[in-house]
Design a protein around this ligand. Sequence first.
Ligand code: PEP
Ligand code: MN
Length: 338
Amino acid sequence: MIIVMSPTASPADLDTVVAKIRDAGLTEHISRGSERTIIGAIGDERKLSEQTFEQMTGVERAIHIVKPYKLVAREGHPAGSIIDIRGIKLGGSEIQVIAGPCSVETQEQMKLAATGVAAAGCRMMRGGAFKPRTSPYAFQGLGVQGLEFFQDAAREHDMPIVTELMDVRMLNTFLEHDVDVIQIGARNMQNFDLLKEVGRVNKPVILKRGLSATISEWLMAAEYIAAGGNNNIILCERGIRTFETAYRNVLDVTAIPVLKKETHLPVLVDPSHAGGKAWMVPALSRAAIAAGADGLLVEMHPNPCEAWCDADQALTPQELNDLMDSLRLIAQAVGRSL
Ligand code: PEP
Ligand code: MN
């Protein structure tokens, strides 16, 4: 951290700042200019807060020089992380498309969905048993029975399952049901207690971006999981809130190269919750892969018109199949395979 003293700072003000730096276990490096004195705090500056110094007399400004996140940062971990999901690699040269319905509805629906996902050539399946709904009167998910329907259907095709964990009290149930990938939804991106708990288990976690979260906030949320010892983290851009009302959310394609530069974690894109309409999904998916995403999380329903949740944005099995075909060429163009 660099602390810039004001031109009127007294020697006593300087001593107080130096004492504060030493209290935190860091050392000071003082540089006296013609107008101002600048103090460098040397050591793990993540322990220091800018506000602490900025409210001290004689201090004009305090500026962090290192990133607030460490474990998820690409600096110090130049190679991209590859997450192993029951033998399937996410983050390597192969693009992974995870598809399935928004929510688990019935045993029959999940069987048909699993058949469609596998037939399209996807290797992993999504589906929510616990749903974060805006209205308390909307379908909330089948709960534990949903996990059972989901596992039964996906296991027939040997596909790992991705499903959302909303409540920390359900974590053991998820482990007992052998959920392969825990999804933390947009609305829970900053549920820090939930992040700490999934940080303690050894399961891959998909961390979706909060509705209005900055990239820095998102990476700090990922840092919570990593700080608990779980490095199997996958980020998922799912669209952000802006002033635009013509579609559900704005797919932040710009975030993809930024994340690739800032972090070693794999990046997925969810085109379904971004656009909110099935017809937008192919274009957004192609943009995502072209921009460097490691995979997609896509909603597909055996019969979208009948879907209990997010019917507008679900692809049909045939549309998923066509999407996979159209993505192969884009993947090749960016040196990946699908
Ligand atoms: C979902 O994937 O079903 C979901 C609810 O997504 P998000 O958390 O991104 O809204
Ligand atoms: Mn959905």
